[in-house]
Design a protein. Structure first.
Length: 182
């Protein structure tokens, strides 16, 4: 299964005072650099979804795509941008503020898809579901477009419209979101 990953760095960073979370330093590197280092070996292609500081994001050497509008509509807009630019049938979505994401995320999500009839695989840990860590099929693109045009923004509400499989991970730290200034 060929997979493209999209790193979701297009948000406003409101919980961090409006700063660009992907460019925040974490242990000597930007958070997006940590995510890129962990996800790139797992997939065929990586795309960064960003809506500001585009020149800085281009320096990471992977395609950078923006949301379809300038409203900062949340993760689903990043999903949409990733689906429009992915060269593969499957898109893995990961947030830029989770620098400890699993090193086997793509493999485990792909395996779950292969053993089910689902169009979406969603990560789950003991703290609950992690809907922005998902693997989805490009055939969902038109439905996502319609959902966003209706003014909807909740990731889990859109995912619930489709067949899904949950993938359990034991490492709770892997899904830690850094949502405060370091």
């Amino acid at each position: 299964m060929q997979v493209t990953a999209v790193i979701l760095a297009g948000g406003r960073g409101i919980r961090m005072g409006g700063i660009d979370k992907g460019l925040v330093d974490y242990q000597g590197k930007t958070m997006v650099a940590h995510v890129l280092d962990r996800i790139q070996p797992q997939v065929a292609q990586v795309i960064i979804n960003a809506n500001r500081n585009l020149e800085t994001y281009h320096q990471f050497g992977v395609p950078v795509v923006t949301d379809a509008n300038t409203q900062f509509d949340g993760p689903l807009s990043g999903f949409q941008a990733g689906l429009k630019h992915a060269q593969t049938d499957w898109l893995l979505t990961v947030p830029c503020d989770s620098p400890l994401l699993p090193l086997d995320l793509s493999q485990r999500m792909s395996r779950a898809i292969n053993h089910s009839n689902a169009l979406i695989a969603i990560a789950r840990s003991s703290s609950g579901d992690h809907p922005v860590f998902c693997l989805l099929h490009r055939s969902l693109s038109n439905d996502l477009d319609a959902f966003l045009q209706e003014g909807q923004r909740r990731v889990s509400a859109w995912q619930a419209r489709h067949t899904q499989v949950f993938v359990d991970f034991e490492d709770e730290l892997a899904f830690t979101n850094i949502n405060h200034a370091l």
